[in-house]
Design a protein around this ligand. Structure first.
Ligand code: SF4
Length: 418
């Protein structure tokens, strides 16, 4: 089966006509822009990234658009087929409320919001030609079929474990199936030259992210982590030509590098933290706002929407379509730090190596309410880190702002201990 077949139970797509929904979504974005505008040190071209994230006109497009969820769908495939690739995982509290009205309140806010944006006819999600998502968590396993009433949707079946020997071939077959789906709907053929060029663009993005992380690990005060997220997420969550994004992001790295040299090597007094856990997506930066306002410096992360999302470059050995697809599968699935796989060793290894590399004072884990996968992993992470005398704080929250002050109290108390 090449795509989800909803017949004979296909539903007519429904849309929400409540103007208040859109207002709430805009309010959430504007509020976050105002908060970040108060940051003291910002890259001079940060406005370019802000405009990118705040653009609400998706009526015209230069290229076809592939919407996708999760980090396991490689953007490079869409780029190689002449399309833009837009990640549709949504962090907007307003969109979560719309999703809640239509689906259920007892689903994680990310899934509700990612569905909610489809309820607005003119949204970026609805400007996509197709949607692709993996069977990562329970909500996403079901979301594909629901979205297939609205757009042609593809579900990439993930292996239960990141065991390369057992699952490499079958996962590669899934990537090949995804390519077939995209070729059919975008009416074009994947060529090795175009795929190689796309992989090289992805590698340039990884190089940028690695440089930025190295600079901030040494001197985090040069740039707020919220601005790092804003920059990074522009390349995934909005339909932008990746070459254009690279040009602007390279300016950010050059600026941060100079600022770090001027700042010198004196270690700051602020607590240095590694952030792990559930995805944080623009404009849901509540946890980041509170952490930074309380005086913490986030020096590294393992978020699938943060630096970790494009940290690992695709390893280039051979350059035919099949070897490139295999390399993309290795990067996107077998190196992914996602709790949907049985073992959490990949994630724990990464947290520990980031703590050591960055000389962090502690680790903060972001748990998204109603996401059992992250909650279950917290048990082991907390015990392993405490055994290594690494301070640990688990924050469980959702997209609403109601618990902001409660979070502030807990984070302040935690920072005193580190
Ligand atoms: S944590 Fe895993 S399932 Fe959740 S959004 Fe990230 S990649 Fe997808």
């Amino acid at each position: 089966m090449d795509e989800l077949i909803n017949e004979p139970y296909r539903l007519q797509p429904g849309f929400s006509d409540n103007p208040g929904n859109l207002k709430r979504q805009r309010f959430a974005e504007d509020a976050q822009v105002r908060l970040q505008a108060a940051l003291r040190e910002r890259p001079p071209n940060i406005g370019w990234f802000e405009d990118l994230m705040r653009n609400r006109d998706f009526s015209t497009k230069q290229r076809p658009r592939v919407g996708y969820l999760c980090n396991m769908i490689p953007q490079e495939l869409a780029w190689a087929l002449g399309a833009d690739a837009v990640r549709l995982d949504c962090g907007n509290a307003g969109a979560a409320l719309v999703g809640e009205e239509m689906l259920s309140g007892e689903i994680c806010p990310l899934a509700k919001a990612s569905f909610g944006v489809f309820m607005n006819k003119d949204s970026m999600a609805n400007s996509c030609d197709v949607v692709a998502l993996p069977t990562s968590c329970d909500a996403k396993k079901k979301l594909g079929q629901i979205l297939d009433d609205i757009k042609p949707a593809f579900m990439l079946a993930l292996p239960p474990e990141q065991d390369h020997r057992r699952y490499a071939d079958v996962t590669l077959q899934e990537m090949v199936r995804l390519v077939g789906f995209l070729e059919t709907h975008l009416k074009t053929k994947l060529k090795s030259g175009a795929l190689l060029a796309a992989v090289k663009l992805g590698r340039r993005r990884s190089a940028i992210v690695r440089k930025l992380q190295a600079i901030r690990m040494r001197t985090p005060r040069v740039m707020s982590f919220r601005d790092v997220m804003l920059v990074l997420q522009g390349s995934q969550f909005r339909p932008v030509a990746i070459s254009h994004w690279i040009t602007e992001a390279e300016k950010v790295v050059a600026w941060a590098d100079t600022a770090a040299q001027q700042a010198g090597t004196t270690k700051g007094l602020k607590p240095r933290l590694v952030l792990t856990g559930a995805p944080l997506i623009w404009p849901n930066y509540k946890v980041l706002n509170v952490l930074e306002e309380c005086g913490a410096e986030i020096v590294a992360d393992t978020l699938c929407t943060g630096e970790q999302s494009c940290f690992d470059p695709v390893v280039l050995d051979e350059t035919g379509v099949k070897p490139l697809l295999r390399a993309l599968t290795n990067r996107s699935v077998f190196a992914a730090i996602c709790p949907c796989f049985t073992s959490q060793t990949t994630r724990l290894n990464r947290i520990i190596s980031l703590v050591e590399e960055s000389a962090a004072d502690g680790v903060v884990n972001h748990s998204l309410r109603l996401c059992q996968l992250f909650d279950m992993e917290t048990y082991r992470i907390e015990k392993v880190l405490k055994a290594r005398k690494v301070a640990f704080l688990n924050i469980r929250t959702d997209y609403s702002l109601e618990d902001t002050e409660q979070l502030r109290v807990r984070i302040e108390a935690f920072l005193e201990t580190v």
